[in-house]
Design a protein around this ligand. Structure first.
Ligand code: NAI
Length: 421
């Protein structure tokens, strides 16, 4: 009998999950090296960690790395639709990690699962969207005394945590893993770029070449999505609210215009802003017939789905992950994955090779916090620069890429103000 507390969909999927976790691990050389080191050095011995992350193959490899380092770990889902049920099963059956995550769980179950992760009385938290830290501060304040620190994986979570710190509400230090260069430059851009296109294609199987494809937000994720849509032969439009980002998009060769204009001519609209109601009632009123809309930002608020529901006279689901809304005048709007992260809900999330770096940062930040967290202020801290450098070096080495080294003459030149032309 399995003696691990859990709430998952189907334990019989455990062997399939283990195969896929191992497959992902073969693309994660940096995490492999860290796991090996953790096994020898046990830098997390005695640490209770609660993680609220997307339960994917890559997360499972992070989980194994942390437990190899001596941590006692409990996991819950950071999104109701992103759990890979076979992975959750493997974590419970093969890795004995208490896991609370069911793909398709409702809101109550989602928060009940966060509660279970907090029952673990963590010293350290790992968040993807800050729901764990937020629940801990709002409803489980008795746990604050034992907390040493936390880490945050995504842009939206970092924004929420900074708001907490500004309100003087944050009661332990958090490392913004998202802000590490070896995280957002690669994960948000290349990971979200590839997997968002993957999700859209799997869900619709519509040819992108020659279509008009709008990306809302030209941040790290938006840049990646726009770049990959262009690679598929789509004509890409970018919408923005920040002048610098809009200018950058224009000079990168994309058309830039307000969403009201873009909606009227787009075959696809993908939001990646971290903002609310980027696609709203006014846009649905002019949106092109047949337009596919999806979101890759963290929360499902970027598309105003209640407004779409209110305008629709009927809806049906022609394919898995597609909801086709018919409007009064006969136009159809096709919403993917209920407006939740399309790359995780309709595809498998980021490829392992980018999560390799993101989760190397997570693993090293957990060890850093366990060692130094007690001495840090209750604020949002950047990733220590030496960890970022170390992860980049390890990734380059794993890719077999060598780089030049500054000569002493160059080092002196680059740190001196005396030499001119
Ligand atoms: P970012 O801060 O680099 O970029 C967001 C951009 O959206 C900014 O340029 C901002 O000016 C723009 N924006 C804000 N409101 C807008 C509006 N109403 N219309 C048009 N543009 C608007 O953020 P990043 O890193 O690109 O992340 C974006 C979202 O994606 C966040 O919610 C983040 O948590 C999430 N994310 C999702 C991932 C996934 O797997 N799908 C992976 C990483 C991040």
């Amino acid at each position: 009998m399995l003696n691990i507390d859990h709430d998952i969909n189907d334990l019989s999927l455990a062997d399939q999950g283990r195969e896929r976790i191992d497959w992902a691990f073969s693309e994660m050389p940096v995490l492999r090296a860290i796991q090996e080191r953790f096994r020898q050095e046990r830098p997390l011995a005695g640490a209770r960690i609660s993680g609220c992350l997307h339960i994917t193959t890559e997360t499972a490899n992070l989980a194994r790395t942390l437990t190899a380092g001596g941590a006692e770990l409990v996991l819950c889902a950071s999104n109701p639709l992103s759990t890979q049920d076979d992975v959750a099963a493997a974590l419970v059956r093969h890795d004995q990690i208490p896991t609370f995550a069911r793909c398709g769980e409702d809101g109550d179950t989602y928060y009940r699962h966060i509660g279970k992760a907090l029952d673990h009385r963590p010293h350290l938290t790992m968040d993807d969207g800050a729901d764990l830290v937020s629940e801990l501060h709002k409803n489980r304040r008795e746990l604050l005394d034992e907390m040493i620190g936390g880490s945050e994986e995504t842009t939206t979570g970092v924004i929420r945590l900074r708001a907490m710190a500004a309100d003087d509400a944050l009661r332990f230090p958090v490392i913004a893993v998202n802000d590490a260069m070896t995280k957002h430059l690669f994960d948000n851009r290349y990971g979200t770029g590839q997997s968002t296109l993957d999700g859209i294609i799997r869900a619709t199987n519509i040819l992108l070449a020659g279509k008009t494809f709008t990306v809302a937000g030209y941040g790290w994720c938006g840049r990646g999505i726009a770049m990959r849509a262009k690679g598929h032969g789509a004509q890409v439009i970018v919408t923005e609210v920040a002048p610098l980002r809009a200018l950058e998009a224009a000079m990168d060769g994309f058309r830039v215009m307000p969403m009201l204009q873009a909606a009227a001519c787009s075959d696809f609209i993908i939001t990646a802003t971290g903002d609310k109601h980027v696609l709203d009632q006014a846009h649905f009123q002019v949106i092109k017939d047949g337009c596919v809309i999806a979101n890759s930002g963290h929360f499902n608020v970027e598309i105003n789905i209640p407004a779409l529901e209110a305008l629709a006279v009927s809806k049906h689901s022609p394919r898995t992950h597609v909801e086709a809304y018919s409007l009064k005048d006969g136009r159809q709007v096709r919403l993917l994955a209920e407006g939740r992260l399309v790359n995780l809900a309709a595809a498998e999330g980021h490829p392992a090779a980018v999560m390799d770096m993101s989760f190397a940062n997570q693993a090293l930040s957990m060890a850093y916090l366990w060692r130094h967290g007690a001495g840090l202020d209750n604020a949002v801290h950047p990733m220590p620069a030496e960890i970022d450098q170390q992860v980049a070096q390890m990734k380059l080495a794993a890719m077999g890429i060598g780089i030049d080294i500054l000569t002493t003459e160059q080092q002196n030149y680059l740190t001196s103000w005396r030499e001119g032309t």
